[in-house]
Design a protein around this ligand. Structure first.
Ligand code: PLP
Length: 394
């Protein structure tokens, strides 16, 4: 065990199941460990590093802004915050923005918006319907929203006001809607429970139901947003307009930033009702702005669609070589490979040893979330390693 692993054991809370790798450097879609071993990074900081590691645009924005203004209070206006808010609104169907420091904080803000909306427009309704298998983050309210008992059980009692219903069932949402309901919250594609995508028809039905009942439709786009699935926001692919979306991960290209975007009618906060010390500070917003502008101006979405489709086709192709590979699924650079047995841990360890980083999203599925700049040659290299590893079970 390296010294760093011993230090982790001694000083860090035991929250992460880490791979025995100490990463020290990154460039593009590659990272290096303390022994200078090179890896292809298909984890991408958990779907965060949209432009890869240490992209010159991000480095330049960090450098410039860190020499200009890093943090001031939200008691004042700052330019990067407003530039990023404007760019997000100009490129989405939403009207107003609030910046947080992480995904879960964006969701917390969205819960508050929904409750305030319910208070004003639905006779104090406060319940938010969410679905099984969802993942909305780690705060006490977000685990109540998250439809997975394994995240909830150690921390009961949870705050009330969240109703988890069956996944991908419009009937279940209908049945759970009462006078107390103020919003429905969904992920366009469930990332953490294995890359699951409901039909467009489902989203359309939910949208109509929200319209008929004056409920807000909140989409958690923390993992799917900012280009990850091949469009700037995943909702575009389901032909609906949400009332609120939450973002984080890819938005900052690696720096911690989250955002709530809301339609005018749902942006019901009044001064003093929400806030953040660090949220939307000039440093992270300048990097977020540079990242988003680069994505929009450099065919990054096209690359994600085309090269992402190539990744999916290559994964699909593994089914004919390996009978225990049962499904390849996903969109853009959010893909998963399903096995008929629980071998993810072993597959990931063997891939790591051969220089490929991937994520064991479930005991029987692995997930791929490389940077949006990934090229076909990178995918060929990754698939080559994966084939080599999978041949052990042939
Ligand atoms: C869909 C979704 N929502 C919320 C979160 C929580 O985001 P964060 O870890 O930035 O708090 C995640 C993180 O994986 C996520 O995938």
């Amino acid at each position: 065990m390296s010294n760093w692993q011993e230090l982790e054991k001694k000083y860090f809370m035991s929250t992460f199941k880490r791979q025995p790798i100490v990463l020290t450097r990154g460039e593009g879609i590659r990272v290096w460990d303390e022994n200078n071993k090179e890896y292809l990074d298909f984890v991408g900081g958990w779907a965060v590093n949209s432009l890869g590691h240490c992209h010159p645009t991000i480095v330049e924005a960090l450098d410039q802004q860190s020499r200009t203004l890093i943090q001031v209070s939200n008691q004042f206006y700052t330019v990067p915050q407003l530039q990023l808010a404007e760019l997000l609104v100009q490129n989405s169907c939403l009207d107003k923005v609030f910046f947080s420091n992480s995904g879960v904080e964006a969701n917390e803000g969205a819960f508050k918006l929904a409750r305030k909306y319910g208070r004003i427009h639905r006779d104090k309704a406060y319940e938010i319907i969410t679905v099984s298998g969802s993942f909305h983050g780690r705060t006490i309210a977000a685990i109540a929203a998250t439809g997975q008992h394994k995240f909830q059980n150690p921390f009961v009692p949870l705050p009330n006001g969240f109703v988890n219903v069956e996944y991908d069932s419009f009937e279940a949402i209908k049945a759970a809607t009462t006078n107390l309901t103020c919003a429905i919250m969904l992920e366009p594609i469930q990332g953490e429970s294995g890359v699951n995508t409901p039909d467009t028809a489902y989203f359309k039905q939910v949208r109509e139901w929200c319209d008929q009942n004056n409920l807000l439709l909140i989409l958690d786009e923390i993992q799917t947003g900012v280009g990850r699935t091949g469009t700037l926001f995943a909702y575009e692919q389901f032909e609906i307009e949400p009332d609120i979306i939450t973002l984080a991960k890819g938005l900052g290209g690696g720096v911690p930033i989250g955002a709530i975007l809301a339609k005018e009618k749902a942006a019901v906060f009044e001064p003093g009702e929400h806030g953040s010390t660090f949220g939307g500070n000039p440093l992270v917003c300048a990097v977020g702005y540079a990242t988003l502008k680069f994505i929009l101006e450099n065919s990054i979405l096209e690359n994600t669609r085309e090269t992402g489709a190539y990744l999916l086709a290559e994964l699909e192709g593994l089914k004919s070589d390996f009978d225990f590979v049962t499904e390849a699924r996903g969109r853009g650079f959010l893909c998963a490979l399903q096995f008929d047995r629980e071998i993810s841990g072993e597959v990931v360890t063997a891939c790591n040893e051969k220089g490929l980083l991937i994520n064991p999203v479930k005991p029987n599925a692995i997930r791929f979330m490389p940077a949006l700049i990934t090229q076909k040659s990178d995918i060929d290299a990754a698939i080559g390693i994966l084939k080599d590893v999978l041949s052990k079970w042939k």
